[in-house]
Design a protein around this ligand. Sequence first.
Ligand code: FRU
Length: 318
Amino acid sequence: MDISPPVRKLIMVGACYVDTILSVPQFPQEDHKLRARSLDRRRGGNVANSLEVLQQLQPAEGREYELLLLCVLPAKTSPGTKFVRNSLAEKVSTQHCVYREDHTEPASSYIIKADATGSRTIVNYNELPEMRVEEFQERVTSISRQGGGRMWFHFEGREVETSVACMRWLKERYPNVLLSAEVEKPNREGLELISAEADVVFFSKSWAETKGYQAAEELLRSQAPALPKASLLFCTWGADGAAVLRLRDGHCVTGKAKLLEGFRVVDSVGAGDTFIAGALYALLNQLDLGGGLAESALAAGNHLAVQKVMQEGFGGLS
Ligand code: FRU
């Protein structure tokens, strides 16, 4: 995937959550009581998590780009909005988010993190109305007016109809725009329609398994014929790493996610989001660590995701 001219703006479109994370020795039995080892409250949400990783990674010379978050937040001055904004470095712009002035609470997730298996079980609640197509178009128009430069939009697959409409509009209006999309949530019907609009697609293990696939490569090869616009497809596979398929020639590589000796999984919340950050970083910077761009993006994603699961949160990744 040759990205010239370089991308100057990476716009991450999705949702922000406030995560309340209970660490427990093992996953509780239904209708039982269990004492948690610790309780953490931190900003979550797939694209916000990816941005927290991306803000730490220095772009290569000549490849500098801005980072922007595009999501729905509650009222601008609400504590929830302040909490979200303070969680990201200044270099991540939240200026173009949609602020719902009649709401005070951000979306929230309650997460049970089990020491015994490293699993994370997430229950979400979100009252904020999703972004509408017109709201998205307004924001993009003002982003594109603030200094030109090529744009890359990454969509966390949310409302299918809205995302597809936004992606088609972007391609029509800005022909050299690049689009990536995440197909993650198994219970969201029709996410494959979003993947059909993207240049780069990230599939999750849980989505693949729900569709009956047993390995990342199997999933990627089965999806490829339905994705004529895509150049690269990725699929993460938890402890087994991830795979990438280059559509130009059908070349598929699987990369292992190896923990360092003596380490265990302490926090898998956002591991997939970290993988996406690493892969996007490699693509935007056209990193070739040997083996070509696709393999380098896979390696960068795996490398960061492994570091991430061995520690709490997203700080200090490189
Ligand atoms: C992790 C995550 C959490 C958030 C949830 C939203 O990938 O983004 O931070 O609460 O998923 O689905």
